[in-house]
Ligand binder design. Structure first.
Ligand code: ATP
Length: 160
């Protein structure tokens, strides 16, 4: 883990562009121009890609990504208007190998590992994940990057 003062807006735009080129899927990025946060840039990118990948797999419409700050915390929000996840299935989607049993999900392929990996990465870099979904309407994933990052404090304490 390597913590840096990361320009989250730039990282989000860069990831969105890479994603757009790779998948030919339209992505809009909205938000504040210069949001900085302490994080591990490459791990945060991996995290973002997992959620972008799901957004494109489970929706046909454009994906919207928002980046911003609320008081001292920073957020990256990935919004799709796709098939969504039923309320009773939502608690399980972070479990390893869990996939919602639905024709569209099976058709999209995948092992059910993306979100369990996301949890591990998020824990390693002190990011909080919030997932909200309405079946048939879409899904919103929020990645919260706290200002008082615990990992940042720890890394300051170990001096030698
Ligand atoms: P992979 O291992 O390739 O990531 P996966 O997409 O099935 O495969 P997860 O990313 O762990 O695995 O997601 C678990 C399940 O949660 C998915 O199978 C799908 O049913 C549901 N899901 C996740 N993201 C979304 C989304 N944005 N919209 C609708 N359903 C979703």
């Amino acid at each position: 883990i390597r913590l840096d003062n990361v320009n989250l807006t730039e990282l989000t735009i860069g990831s969105a562009k890479a994603f757009r080129n790779a998948y030919g899927k339209e992505i809009r990025v909205n938000g504040q121009p210069e949001v900085f946060g302490y994080s591990d840039e490459s791990k945060l990118k991996q995290l973002l890609f997992i959620f972008l990948d799901n957004a494109q797999k489970y929706s046909d419409d454009d994906i919207v990504v928002e980046v911003g700050a609320l008081s001292d915390d920073r957020f990256i929000r990935i919004i799709d208007r796709g098939i969504g996840i039923a309320k009773d299935k939502l608690p399980y989607v972070f479990d390893r190998f869990y996939r919602v049993d639905e024709a569209r999900t099976r058709q999209a392929g995948g092992a059910g590992l993306g979100l369990s990996l996301a949890v591990e990465i998020a824990e390693a870099i002190g990011v909080r994940i919030e997932l909200d979904s309405v079946e048939g309407e879409g899904t919103t994933a929020e990645l919260w990057i706290p200002e008082g990052n615990v990992i940042m404090r720890d890394s300051h304490r170990i001096l030698i």
